[in-house]
Ligand binder design. Sequence first.
Ligand SMILES: Nc1ncnc2c1ncn2[C@@H]1O[C@H](COP(=O)(O)OP(=O)(O)OP(=O)(O)O)[C@@H](O)[C@H]1O
Ligand SMILES: [Mg+2]
Length: 241
Amino acid sequence: MNVLCAGRMKEGKTTLAIYLAQQWSPGVIIWDPRHMIGDNFIEKENKATFVYTGDELEDAIDDKKWLEGPIIFRPDALRLEQDFQELAHVLFDPPEKYAESGFAIVIDEAAQLQHPQSILPELDVIVRQHPRSVLVVQCTHSLQDWHRASKDLMSALYCFRQVGRSLHMVVEYCDGDEEMEEVIKTLPRHWCMMYNFEAAANEVQWSVLDEPELWYSPATEGIHQQDASGNSSREESTRTA
Ligand SMILES: Nc1ncnc2c1ncn2[C@@H]1O[C@H](COP(=O)(O)OP(=O)(O)OP(=O)(O)O)[C@@H](O)[C@H]1O
Ligand SMILES: [Mg+2]
């Protein structure tokens, strides 16, 4: 199943994506190109394992480190594509490699791996060919950078507050109306709109998730974080729970 978390800076995309992954499977792998995720899973009584290469990822899976908590792949910023290829070969070569056990993968900052006209072949395979037992959650700021494969094959969109062109893209994409536009434009921090692209005709297609304390975890807190310009800052907790 393909899921997308979209929203502006610091709305809580990564935190929600990790929650969705943990709900899906005890086996959670996180692609963390900005090294945003700290070892802050203790509250949930699990501990993250950090890996930096495909070989280390393979060893961590063989050692069943995923039973203790998420396995976090921290790529080298100067070789993002090669590192993602290594991850893809470990997890999806062939695509049905882990179909029986299933797992969930969070691909943070997924816009780095695709543009409207092109997508990294390995991500294309993951998006199109992952088995039903696998959940793929991609995170991005806006749908504008998105490749068609990611858009067409999406099962659900979790959209935080958006404005301007990004807002219009979402509303158009969801075939929404003025009411939806107003709702997305005025979402309070950490709330989001969930659109279910697989809803049956008689089911509710979209709703507002207004209890962020339900999916909060301190996963992205307490470490030095880099913004898009490369500046480092210590993140303050904005916990609402
Ligand atoms: N549901 C929530 N309730 C309260 N605080 C939250 C929630 N989700 C995230 N936060 C806090 O908001 C901050 C940003 O969270 P997170 O890193 O998940 O956002 P993001 O949208 O992925 O940010 P970025 O734009 O940097 O990728 C963190 O301090 C995090 O702990
Ligand atoms: Mg993030």
